[in-house]
Design a protein around this ligand. Structure first.
Ligand SMILES: [Zn+2]
Length: 316
């Protein structure tokens, strides 16, 4: 590379206007060093720009004294360890496009370099990750958000990894799952009740209505229909939802047969029929009885008419 530069006509990187000023200053007898300092130019750059012959003479002199120069150069670098490394690092930082071009033009070299410095490269990557952890994580998160389809495929292709990953995520976000479960408790309870009722082939009413009751039990329990006392807000577990006519005896899971109660009252009642229990609000029981009777009547009618019952559901 240096040989080529000798043949190329020298063109200074100093802007023309600055160069004119420098020439004028030099004519006025100012020293090269002073001019360079004043204009903020490197000494040798200025020197070569003003008198190109110097560059040529220097080159010739260098060639003539090559061995000696090399020796002193080596000595200098030995006395200034890290200097050239720092300098080239700085230069590379300021010329990123050069590095990229170089890698593209010399793919073999890059590969070879990587092979020879595998461990070092790995260390570098790790170090980089450690230093920029938050930024990298943020970027990945953004990418995953923008590529949900890809992530879905990835999870299917790597179930083990996905499992491990969600485990890590849960560890990084303690309490999240608990919060989610809490926020969706009413819905989940309603679904559980429906699932159980279907398992027993019992009648299930409108799910939204059932959900409403479970939500009421959690958020605004009001008065317990068994003992007639207020269910306190701060009461652990708040209200519970009771099947007025017991589900265990095949009575339907539907809004008319559900009511909010104290956990302790629910426990005391157990799976007994409501008629044998001391009760504050009998009207709730009567309403439930009517609903249950209607369901029973409907079931019998279907049976008598030979209608296909299939999964009995959606009796409102
Ligand atoms: Zn009660």
């Amino acid at each position: 590379m240096p040989e080529k530069q000798v043949e190329k006509p020298f063109r200074s990187s100093i802007p023309e206007e600055k160069l004119t000023r420098a020439r004028k200053m030099r004519k006025e007898g100012m020293s090269y060093q002073k001019i360079a300092d004043d204009l903020g130019i490197a000494y040798s750059t200025l020197r070569y720009a003003i008198s190109p012959g110097v560059r040529k003479r220097n080159k010739e002199w260098y060639e003539e004294n090559k061995e000696r120069n090399k020796e002193s150069c080596r000595k200098w670098h030995k006395d200034h360890p890290g200097y050239s490394k720092e300098k080239s690092k700085e230069w590379r930082k300021n010329h990123p496009e050069y590095n990229k071009e170089y890698r593209e033009e010399n793919p073999e070299y890059s590969k070879e370099y990587y092979r020879n410095n595998k461990e070092h490269k790995k260390e570098c990557s790790k170090e980089y990750y450690r230093k920029n952890k938050e930024r990298i994580k943020e970027r990945r998160k953004e990418w995953r958000k923008n590529n949900p389809e890809y992530m879905k495929k990835w999870r299917e292709a790597n179930p083990e990894y996905a499992k491990e990953h969600s485990k890590e995520w849960r560890e990084d976000h303690p309490g999240y799952g608990e919060k989610w479960r809490k926020d969706n408790l009413a819905e989940r309870n309603a679904h559980t009740a429906k699932r159980r009722a279907l398992k027993r082939a019992a009648t299930v009413g409108d799910l939204d209505e059932i959900k409403k009751i479970y939500r009421k039990a959690r958020e605004n329990p009001g008065i317990c229909y068994i003992c007639g006392k207020q269910i306190p807000d701060e009461f652990l577990g708040k209200g519970q939802v009771d099947h007025i006519f017991p589900a265990s005896k095949g009575y339907p899971t539907a809004s008319f047969n559900l009511a909010v109660v104290h956990a302790r009252c629910n426990f005391r009642k157990g799976t007994r029929m409501p008629d044998g229990v001391d009760m504050h609000d009998r009207s709730v029981v009567e309403r439930a009885r009517q609903g249950c009777n209607l369901v029973l009547f409907w079931k019998l009618l279907k049976l008598i008419l030979g209608l296909k019952t299939g999964r009995i559901g959606e009796v409102r």
